[in-house]
Design a protein around this ligand. Structure first.
Ligand SMILES: CC(=O)SCCNC(=O)CCNC(=O)[C@H](O)C(C)(C)COP(=O)(O)OP(=O)(O)OC[C@H]1O[C@@H](n2cnc3c(N)ncnc32)[C@H](O)[C@@H]1OP(=O)(O)O
Length: 385
């Protein structure tokens, strides 16, 4: 028993922006970008919303034909036949994103409505660039719980897990150290619960504090609250002072050797992606290797038995480093970064679609998806296709 990937799709905006194009915007060049990242071009949304991209990727995964304005491609599990899956039969929609069209309704709610997935429950998930593995892991856990004998949960046999980003809206286009890295797009998988021995076999999730704020993006909220609240705060603070110090609950007293609070002020996060590239690089290289090994260990598999590793597409050098460290040839890793750049929560599902469409991954194969990113987050999922 398990949840099997029965459909996969990706969608990208039509506009192609090459490294040479970006050299008109910031002081950079194609050679630097290719050597440091492996990126040659990215897609940038010009009018396409995150909802447009997510729906197009989801329809591709469901096998639904549509005259969508965005570019899309998809794969369906051969046994599913040519018949498209009815969106009304979907029980769950999860959207992973750090750049949704709106905070409310959720991105998943917008997709649900457009798709016509009337019976699905839906919500968004933010695990930054690890979104794909967190989304798959959460969906698998929910499906396993819902399908356990005697479960009193929502019935859950079909889930759409969609990563979607319109990062072009949250990139600082004057910062050459970040703007060259990111792109827009969406990737989706259809998971179905079945008795088969295929599907997700292990998951591994890991978080570390981003103490130095090496990867941040502000939520862009307004801080100009009515002056009334500042006056009330001052009044209440002085009342508390005259009442004496508040007592901490037993067990929650601060000890002298407790680590100091981070100097980082969340209200000071910029409204665009800010990154300390080398620190992220160091974190990512260690995290990717650990996550691949953990997913394999938990599934009782040897890393050598994995047919294809589908990593978050952040930087080709990170992937090359992981391959070397694990003693695996680069052919065992899906590389889609050249034309898509880093699409954060969408990237590994877009790469998975490429692997399936290009037949680098076939039914019967074993694959590991691995992610890492802001939070800091990392994780992996091992599945038998
Ligand atoms: C949302 C998420 O979760 S994102 C998570 C994923 N992010 C990542 O994976 C990023 C990981 N890091 C990286 O990929 C790399 O650090 C990069 C590509 C960003 C930078 O590569 P590095 O080799 O570390 O370059 P570094 O930052 O040391 O800069 C080297 C020089 O190139 C310069 N430089 C930076 N960007 C550019 C550019 N686009 N073009 C030309 N020169 C540049 C720098 O100014 C610096 O110049 P200096 O030596 O005169 O000061």
């Amino acid at each position: 028993m398990g949840c099997t990937i029965t459909g996969c799709g990706k969608a990208a905006p039509k506009l192609v922006v090459t490294n040479d194009d970006l050299a008109h915007l910031v002081d950079t060049d194609d050679e630097w970008i290719v050597q440091r990242t492996g990126i040659r071009a990215r897609r940038i949304a010009q009018g396409e919303s995150a909802t447009d991209l997510a729906v197009a990727a989801a329809e591709a995964a469901l096998g639904i034909e549509s005259d969508s304005a965005v570019e899309r491609s998809g794969w369906r599990r051969p046994a599913s036949g040519s018949k498209a899956v009815d969106p009304a039969s979907i029980d769950l929609v999860i959207c992973m994103t750090i750049s949704p069209d709106a905070a409310m309704p959720s991105q998943a709610a917008l997709v649900r409505r457009r798709l016509g997935a009337q019976r699905a429950v839906c919500f968004d998930l933010n695990a930054a660039c690890s979104g794909c593995v967190y989304g798959l892991s959460v969906a698998e856990s929910m499906m396993a719980a819902a399908n356990a004998p005697g479960s009193a949960r929502n019935p859950l046999r079909r889930a759409l897990v969609i990563g979607v980003e319109r990062l072009s809206r949250v990139v600082d286009w004057s910062d050459r150290s970040t703007c060259i890295l990111f792109g827009d797009g969406a990737g989706a998988v259809l998971l179905e619960w079945s008795d088969a021995e295929t599907g997700i076999r292990s998951t591994f999730l890991r978080n570390t504090d981003d103490i130095d704020g090496v990867l941040t993006l502000g939520a862009g909220r307004k801080d100009d609250l009515p002056p009334l609240f500042a006056a009330l705060a001052a009044e209440q603070a002085s009342a508390r002072q005259s009442a004496g110090p508040a007592k901490a609950a037993p067990g929650f007293e601060k000890s002298a050797d407790q680590a100091p609070e981070s100097a980082l002020d969340p209200q000071g996060f910029p409204p665009h992606i800010a990154m300390s590239g080398q620190a992220v690089f160091r974190f990512a290289t260690a995290a990717v290797v650990e996550a691949i090994e953990e997913a394999c260990a938990r599934a009782g598999a040897d890393v050598d038995e994995v047919d294809l590793i589908v990593p978050h597409q952040a930087n080709e050098r990170i992937i090359r480093y992981a391959a070397k460290k694990l003693g695996l040839p680069m052919e065992r890793f899906q590389l889609s970064i050249e034309s898509s750049a880093n699409t954060s929560a969408a990237s590994a599902l877009m790469a998975l679609t490429d692997a399936l469409v290009q037949e680098r991954l076939r039914v019967g194969d074993t694959a590991v998806m691995v992610g890492f990113g802001g939070g800091l987050t990392a994780g992996s999922v091992l599945f038998h296709l």
